[in-house]
Structure formats: structure tokens, C-alpha cells
Design a binder for this molecule. Structure first.
Ligand code: HEM
Ligand code: HEM
Length: 419
């Protein structure tokens, strides 16, 4: 999605700001360095190669912090923060060329992207000495505020920009929709973070507060579903000649999963009578997969196909790999969630109600024959998902190769004309 943010303003303007391509290459280099460094750091950190806390702070700077989703060492976090700031700066430079007001569509992209970095700053607000409850408080500021707030803002902004550039939506309508949906999501999502607080050791008055506001998050997600009906109608009405059928198909899938995974399953695990008992069980795993991959993963892939569609020469564009990939991934995700994760989650919830939390999370629970069968049933969903990912990779490599060949050919013709 980050590539898309950099790619997009170019669709509305005929020139890039100076040094933009260099900036994007530096950003890519930083991303690769940070990712490789962070993965290696977590691996070596867990093996104890950076020493123990008694021996110094190297494990903290380079290794694993040990917090789910925020495990990478502080150095990699700082580099990531620098990258996010750099990305925002580059997109801002492009958007400034569009000559639009501060509340214009392109600017929303900058605000949404910038907020991702801003919230990531919360992961710098604790040290190894900080109390665990306070550390978890800030962890949730990143995890929750990202997925239930800023990412939704980013998704709405980016889908709107995509639909406008495909000429399926008027710019003014998109701007109004963004303001409305973002206000609704932020209003519910910001206080909604407290549905996690009880579990991190904060007082229990946060439970009703968090639940009430998080339940309101369902309302803007109904708008997301409503918009997806519009996307479906656009897809149907465009006919075979519409060039962006595949990106639109992925966007449609992402909006529907956003509603099901985030809205329906999120709403479900958020209710106190469920959340109080299900915390960290397979119901959370079902919600996490449907929402993370369904809403954000499919969208990122869809935007990737949009870029490929624009840069690939018309004659070689072949949507088959992407269409196959889309259906394999969607069918796989549905099977994974419906046939395996949810049933295990419900059995676990029942076990908490009857025998207590510790029993439901014990190894003996997972070793029961019927739970084993349900866990293995997951492979019927995982396999199509993996095949879908392979099909997507094959399609992307094929199209990138064609695009590169075409640009080399064009450069050669241009050189010949200049001679
Ligand atoms: C697309 C949007 C969303 C994504 C990607 C997402 C993702 C996640 C993930 C990955 C977790 C696990 C976090 C962890 O265990 O550290 C989680 C937990 C949770 N989410 Fe979401 N979520 C989304 C939307 C929502 C919404 C809208 C609600 C409520 C209406 C919600 C309610 C919850 C709750 C209550 C938990 C904690 C469950 C527990 O205690 O085990 N989520 N979410
Ligand atoms: C074939 C594909 C996949 C397999 C086999 C798989 C498997 C797993 C397993 C075994 C866990 C640990 C569950 C536990 O706590 O017991 C997990 C957790 C998780 N996976 Fe996946 N996964 C797959 C694809 C994905 C994708 C594509 C995404 C998102 C882009 C994703 C997001 C997550 C998240 C957010 C969690 C943490 C859930 C939590 O905090 O409760 N997974 N996955």
C-alpha cells in the first residue's frame, strides 16, 4: 500500500517532483535493511546471542522486545519510524503539486499515512524498566489504534482515491465520504481501545466504556459494506472492456471482509460476556485472520494489481493468474475461518465456561481428538490460500517482466529517434 501511495499522485499529475525516484529508492533500501535486520535481530535475540538483561541493553536495541506485534528491537523501530516519516514527506511533495486545498483527496492520504507513523511513536514510550501494565497500555495504542482507527482511515482514503482515478467516483463525493466515515471510525475507535484495558491490568470500569464505543465501530463498517455494494454495481455495469476489473474485484473483496472480519467477528469478541471468557482463544485467531488478511491483505494485493495494470503493456495484460489467485485466497480464507478457527474457538469458549480458562488453554484441550480433527481441517483452507499466493506471485513476476521489457524497448526506440 505504501508503493501505491507513492505511485498514485503520478496518475493525477504529468510529472514527479525532482529527486522523487531517488527518494523512493532510498525508502526501499531502508525498508529492506529494516526488515532483514529486524527478522535477524528477533531470531538471534531469542537465541540469546545479544546477552541477557543483566549483561546490558543490546538485546533491547537489536534483538526481541518480546511483545506480540511490537517485538522488533528499538533500533529497527527507529528506522521504521524514519521510513514512515520519509514516506509521508515524499507523498506530501507529490500531493503539493496537485494544487488542491488542504481538505483535498490527496491530502487525506498524507494525513492517514502520517498518522500511522504518529501512532507508531507510542511504541517508543516504554523501556525495559517500565511496568508491564503501562507497557501493554502503549502496545495497544499501536495495535488497536492502527487496525481499528488509522488503517481504516487509510483504507477509506486509498479506496476513494483508487475509485476516483478509475473514474467510478466523483472527487467531491469521495472527499465528503472520507470526512464522514473517518469521523465515525475515530469517534468510536479512540475510546474503543479500552476494550483491551481490563486485560492489561487497568480498572474494570474500562470494560463497559470500551465495549460501548467499540460496538459503535460497527456503524461505520456498515457504510463500508454499503460502499462495497456500490463497488459491485460499478463492476457489473462496466462490462468486459473496463480495464480495472481485477483491482476492483480485490477492493470489493477487501470491503466485504472488512465488514465480516472486523465488523461482525470484532463486534462478537468485543462483547464483555464473550471477551471476558474468550480472551486470546481461537475466536480471536478467527477474528484476526479474517480482519487482517481479509481487509488489509486483499486491499494491498488489489492495489498491486492496479499498479501492474497501469505499467503493463495492453497486449500482454492477462488477468487469469490474478482472478484464480483472488478466488483461491477467498475460498481458502472462508474455509479456514468457518471450518476450523471458529469451531475450535466456540469449543474453547465452552470449555472456559464449564472448566475454566486454564483448562481451555491447556495442551490437553488441543489434544482432544475432535479438536485435533478441527485443527487439521484448517489445511483445506490453508492450501488454497497458499496456492492463491503462489498464483499471485507468478502473475506479478510475469507482468513485471513484461513491463520491464517494454520500458527497455521504449528507451531504445527513443534513443534511436534522438540519434
Ligand atoms: C479490520 C479491522 C481489524 C483488524 C485487522 C483487527 C485485528 C485484530 C488482531 C490482530 C487482534 C489480536 C491482537 C492481540 O491478541 O494482540 C484483535 C483483537 C481484538 N479485536 Fe480486532 N481487529 C479489527 C477490528 C476490530 C473491531 C471493529 C472490533 C470491535 C468492534 C475489534 C475487537 C477486538 C477485540 C475485543 C480484540 C481482543 C480479543 C481478545 O481479548 O483476545 N476488532 N483484533
Ligand atoms: C496458510 C496461511 C496461514 C497459516 C497456516 C497461519 C497460521 C497461524 C497460526 C498457527 C497462528 C497462531 C495461532 C495461535 O495463537 O494458536 C496464527 C496467528 C496469526 N495469524 Fe496466521 N496463518 C496464515 C495466514 C495468515 C495471514 C495471510 C495473515 C494476515 C495477513 C495472518 C495473520 C495472523 C495474525 C494477526 C495472528 C495472531 C492472532 C492472535 O493474536 O490471536 N495469518 N496464524
Amino acid at each position: 500500500m505504501a508503493c501505491w501511495g507513492l505511485f498514485l499522485p503520478g496518475l493525477f499529475s504529468d510529472r514527479d517532483p525532482p529527486w522523487q525516484a531517488t527518494g523512493a529508492s532510498v525508502l526501499l533500501g531502508l525498508l529492506v535493511t529494516t526488515t532483514v535486520g529486524a527478522f535477524a535481530g528477533v531470531w538471534f535475540g531469542i537465541r540469546g546471542n545479544f546477552g541477557s538483561p543483566e549483561e546490558g541493553d543490546l538485546w533491547w536495541w537489536l534483538g526481541s522486545e518480546g511483545l506480540e506485534y511490537l517485538e522488533v528491537g528499538r533500533l529497527w523501530k527507529l528506522l521504521l519510524l524514519g521510513g514512515l516519516a520519509g514516506w509521508t514527506g515524499l507523498v506530501l511533495r507529490s500531493v503539493r503539486q496537485l494544487d488542491e486545498p488542504l481538505a483535498g483527496l490527496g491530502h487525506f492520504l498524507v494525513y492517514a499515512g502520517g498518522s500511522i507513523g504518529l501512532l507508531f511513536g507510542a511504541s517508543m514510550l516504554y523501556t525495559p524498566e517500565t511496568n508491564m501494565a503501562v507497557t501493554e497500555f502503549w502496545r495497544w495504542w499501536v495495535v488497536h489504534m492502527w487496525v481499528e482507527g488509522i488503517f481504516e482511515f487509510f483504507v477509506i482514503a486509498i479506496i476513494s482515491v483508487a475509485l476516483v482515478s478509475m473514474q467510478l467516483l466523483e472527487k467531491e463525493d469521495a472527499e465528503k465520504a472520507i470526512v464522514f466515515e473517518v469521523f465515525a471510525i475515530m469517534a468510536a475507535g479512540i475510546v474503543g481501545v479500552s476494550h483491551h484495558y481490563w486485560w492489561v491490568g487497568l480498572p474494570d470500569f474500562w470494560v463497559p466504556l470500551g465495549t460501548t464505543f467499540s460496538t459503535l465501530e460497527f456503524v461505520p463498517l456498515v457504510f463500508v459494506l454499503y460502499r462495497s455494494i456500490g463497488e459491485y454495481r460499478s463492476l457489473k455495469s462496466q462490462g468486459e472492456s473496463f480495464p480495472y476489473k481485477i483491482p476492483l474485484l480485490f477492493i470489493l473483496g477487501s470491503s466485504i471482509w472488512n465488514f465480516i472480519g472486523g465488523g461482525v467477528l470484532g463486534f462478537f469478541v468485543n462483547l464483555p460476556v464473550i471477551n471476558y471468557y474468550e480472551h486470546g482463544t481461537y475466536l480471536t485467531v478467527a477474528h484476526a485472520h479474517a480482519a487482517t488478511f481479509g481487509a488489509f491483505g486483499l486491499l494491498a494485493l488489489g492495489l498491486g494489481t492496479y499498479i501492474l495494470r497501469v505499467v503493463t503493456p495492453e497486449a500482454v495484460w492477462d488477468p487469469t493468474w490474478f482472478r484464480v489467485s483472488f478466488w483461491f485466497m477467498n475460498i481458502g480464507l472462508t474455509i479456514m475461518v468457518v471450518a476450523s478457527l471458529l469451531p475450535v474457538g466456540f469449543a474453547q469458549l465452552r470449555a472456559v465456561y464449564t472448566d475454566g480458562y486454564a483448562t481451555a488453554r491447556s495442551l490437553e484441550f488441543y489434544e482432544q481428538p475432535h479438536i485435533q480433527t478441527l485443527l487439521w481441517a484448517r489445511t483445506f483452507g490453508d492450501t488454497p490460500m497458499i496456492l492463491g499466493a503462489l498464483a499471485f506471485t507468478a502473475g506479478a513476476v510475469r507482468h513485471l517482466y513484461a513491463a520491464r521489457k517494454d520500458s527497455i524497448e521504449t528507451a531504445r526506440i527513443e534513443r534511436r529517434l534522438l540519434q
